[in-house]
Design a protein around this ligand. Structure first.
Ligand code: HEC
Length: 303
């Protein structure tokens, strides 16, 4: 008798949590899935928000602990802001900030959904595509800005890095990346001793393109080798003129042709006028980065 009561109780508990999870998914389908699709996107042009697995990959990178992640999501969905957003400035540039869902979902529902998201995404077999997502260890601007004064100074950079290395070491990871970490002065583009959010983002974008390049040369990437700003700025005057753009592109096409690649991408390359956002006939590093962000977005979007 006693045993069967226990069994019944057990079944009840099991089914209730099963229902809870189905419920949570239903809430997600109703309130979040319009913008966050649950599958790996095939047609990105119709997407209005990042895919669910990509969102959760980033959330978990910033908040590996379930409770912290859920707290973050519950707050973010009601009060989204650029400052709080985790690790994907290009996503925000591309999609815009998520509209607050306050009033559209109750805090209780939101907590349930967030827990469900954490427990089920990204699916176990999911692996980010190389290059675009932040690596496991990607830190955000906010992580480095320890005293929250809106800039990163050298001491902050070093201290956060040392901390991260110590954690990695404690988890038994080799220290292999320490020497590869970029120097402070490389990130501090204007050399004033402070890294602003903009310098930080520009740096990350550049680094991502060069990582994609090296993935490419290892034969892993599917996309065309990306040239950097410096590659295009042939006369090194700090801006790219139209003839520089065309000449570097022609050169690259010729090399590709020589290697037996088809010329298929020639027509897809953005026009100089598109890159030169302010139409002054010169492409600055900033204009270049903006377009690069968009292109990366289109190609690698979903994680
Ligand atoms: C109208 C479209 C839309 C809806 C509806 C929507 N989102 Fe979003 N969400 C976005 C966009 C766009 C982003 C990426 C920009 C950003 O992070 O603000 C985003 C980002 C997020 C992020 C990542 C936050 C970060 O730090 O960048 C989470 C978590 C999230 N959404 C959860 C939800 C949940 C949960 C729901 C349902 C209750 C939901 N969203 C409904 C558009 C939407």
């Amino acid at each position: 008798m006693r045993r069967s009561i226990l069994t019944i109780a057990g079944i009840l508990v099991a089914t209730t949590s099963l229902f809870a999870s189905a419920d949570a998914e239903k809430i997600f389908d109703n309130k979040c899935a319009v913008c966050h699709i649950k599958t790996i996107p095939t047609d990105r042009s119709s997407m209005v928000g990042p895919a669910l697995f990509g969102v959760m990959k980033h959330v978990k990178m910033a908040y590996p602990n379930r409770e912290d992640a859920v707290d973050f999501m519950v707050d973010y969905v009601q009060n989204p802001s650029k400052e709080k957003a985790i690790c994907m400035p290009q996503k925000i540039a591309y999609f815009g900030l998520m509209p607050s869902q306050k009033g559209l979902i109750t805090p209780k529902e939101l907590k349930k959904v967030s827990e469900w998201m954490f427990d089920n995404y990204p699916p176990e077999n999911f692996r980010g595509r190389g290059g675009m997502g932040c690596a496991q260890s990607c830190s955000t601007f906010v992580d480095f800005d320890l005293n929250k004064d809106g800039v990163i100074v050298k001491a902050e950079l070093l201290s956060v890095r040392a901390d991260k290395q110590a954690k990695r070491a404690a988890q038994g990871f080799p220290m292999r990346n320490a020497a590869n970490a970029p120097a402070f002065k490389t990130i501090d583009a204007d050399g004033d001793g402070k890294v602003t959010q903009k310098e930080f983002t520009d740096f990350q974008i550049n680094r991502k393109s060069s990582r994609m390049n090296s993935n490419m040369s290892r034969g892993m990437g599917r996309m065309q080798n990306l040239s950097t700003f410096a590659d295009f700025d042939l006369n090194k005057d700090g801006v790219i003129a139209k003839d520089e753009l065309l000449s570097v592109r022609a050169d690259k096409q010729a090399k590709r042709a020589a290697q037996g690649f088809p010329m298929r991408n020639a027509a897809n390359a953005p026009a100089f006028e598109t890159i030169d956002a302010d139409g002054d006939g010169k492409v600055t590093q900033k204009e270049f980065n903006q377009l690069r962000t968009q292109i990366m977005q289109q190609k690698f979007n979903n994680n």
